[in-house]
Design a protein around this ligand. Structure first.
Ligand code: ATP
Ligand code: MG
Length: 426
């Protein structure tokens, strides 16, 4: 049973991060095995100087929020510049690792055994128990990497490395020392208590959500915009989202798909407030009044205006889209400039330099791809011109937009008034 769990965890990580031998762990039950905590490693926020506590507090908050969706009770504590997650009862390690792998700010997740200092013999026994628990088949190369953070420990780190190496070789037949590229790195940290771990499961990196303001994501049902949301949240930005639908041309199922995508983003970004705007009348009116090759640009300009309205209401500091230069006619540099011209808030485009294939890979990695490719219609693809303008001239666009008269303001007001707001939980 325990070994089966170990295999599952190992595979889950290897699938995503490559089979680097660093992922995995046994099935943990508090009181049953050696492991009842996770050491959480973070990188970027450790260099924040005086603001460090602000970032650490945010990270702790995000970790608690992520663990709320797992079975089990946990305490998260900060100690000497580190964050630990302690299991307070039974727990499923796969579930905990999956949850922590969605928390921005974390670069490594280490299942750790924490023991009291009861002399070197006891330490060696504990290390050997940990290794046998994690790698029951034996047959691996290893290196001991000891760190003496508490300087009154009677041996220095080199002595600990050598002495523990000997004990492991004697107790675990089939193991060999390899100091250059060991399969198992045995970390032993002598602190007020002793930390023993050998696996560093990669986290997503980035900054804790909530530490870098809030932005409004234009979320369609496609592949790109959910990835854009993920990327901006990764830098610590809280997300709200707006979706434009065009009933009856777009269906309830198309809308539900966007709600589901918001749910996937929420796994990483926390709860997402989703504004669903009925865009039908605006689209039909633009279609009637304007040159068809300018349709997409004009629609996009109205989307941005409406998104900005809700962004300001929600105190967002910018708009976010899933555009990348040259992907389609409405994403040439001229088209992007024509769209930007209606916005006062900055427009962030985290995918600007990504190729489609790179976006697809990231979409698969974050678990959005399967949902994104469901074949439901999008409002942009329904009212699309055969030959859209690829190099719009801003003056011409502004001139043609004037043909829309006051009626468009009324339609925009209606769209704002009839917005549906959905709170999508993580
Ligand atoms: P995506 O995969 O995100 O739909 P796309 O390649 O289909 O992108 P476009 O349809 O040109 O590209 O849309 C560009 C961007 O405009 C999207 O990434 C998204 O941010 C925004 N957008 C497009 N359609 C909508 C919509 N119906 N509601 C909200 N935002 C939209
Ligand atoms: Mg789209």
């Amino acid at each position: 049973m325990r070994w089966k769990k170990c295999g599952k965890l190992y595979r889950a990580c290897a699938d995503i991060y490559g089979d680097d031998g660093s992922a995995g762990g046994p099935g943990f039950r508090k009181g049953e095995g050696m492991y009842s905590s996770f050491l959480v490693k973070y990188a970027e926020i450790a260099i924040k100087g005086k603001n460090r506590h602000y970032f650490e507090d945010a990270l702790v908050g995000r970790i608690y929020a992520a663990l709320r969706n797992t079975d089990g009770e946990f305490a998260v504590r900060r100690e000497q510049g580190r964050i630990y997650v302690d299991a307070l009862g039974d727990y499923d390690p796969d579930e905990v690792v999956d949850a922590l792998r969605c928390v921005f700010g974390i670069v490594g997740i280490c299942p750790v055994a924490i023991t009291e200092d009861e002399g070197f013999d006891r330490l060696a026994e504990d290390v050997i128990r940990c290794l046998n628990e994690e790698y029951p088949e034996g047959n691996y190369t290893f290196k001991v990497n000891a760190r003496r953070a508490r300087k009154n420990y009677p041996m220095d780190s080199m002595e600990i490395n050598a002495a523990l190496g000997e004990r492991i070789l004697a107790a675990c037949p089939g193991t060999r020392v390899d100091v250059h590229s060991p399969q198992v790195m045995v970390y032993v940290e002598i602190r007020s208590r002793i930390n023993i771990y050998s696996r560093v499961i990669p986290g997503p990196g980035g900054m804790p959500v909530g530490t870098n303001g809030k932005a409004m994501l234009l979320l369609s049902g496609g592949i790109d915009s959910p990835v854009a949301g993920y990327m901006i949240a990764k830098r610590g930005v809280t997300i709200e989202a707006v979706y434009f639908h065009a009933p009856p041309y777009t269906s309830e199922r198309a809308k539900q798909k966007v709600v589901d995508l918001a749910g996937i983003i929420a796994k990483y970004a926390g709860a997402v407030k989703l504004y669903v705007v009925n865009f039908t009348d605006i689209q039909l009116y633009i279609y009637e009044q304007c040159p068809h090759e300018e349709l997409t640009i004009l629609m996009r300009r109205y989307m941005m205006r409406i998104a900005e309205h809700f962004a300001r209401e929600g105190k967002c500091l910018g708009l976010v889209t899933g555009e990348s230069i040259g992907q389609v006619a409405s994403q040439t540099m001229q088209s992007l400039a024509a769209t930007d011209a209606v916005c006062e808030l900055p427009v962030y485009r985290p995918l600007i330099g990504f190729d489609k294939q790179e976006i697809v890979e990231r979409s698969e990695q974050i678990g959005a791809y399967e949902t994104s490719i469901l074949p439901f219609e999008d409002c942009c693809t329904i009212f699309v011109a055969k030959h859209p303008v690829t190099k719009p001239n801003l003056r011409v666009i502004e001139h043609d937009e004037k043909k829309l008269s006051e009626k468009i303001d009324e339609l925009v007001r209606q769209a704002l008034d009839t917005v549906e707001v959905i709170q999508v939980e993580m």
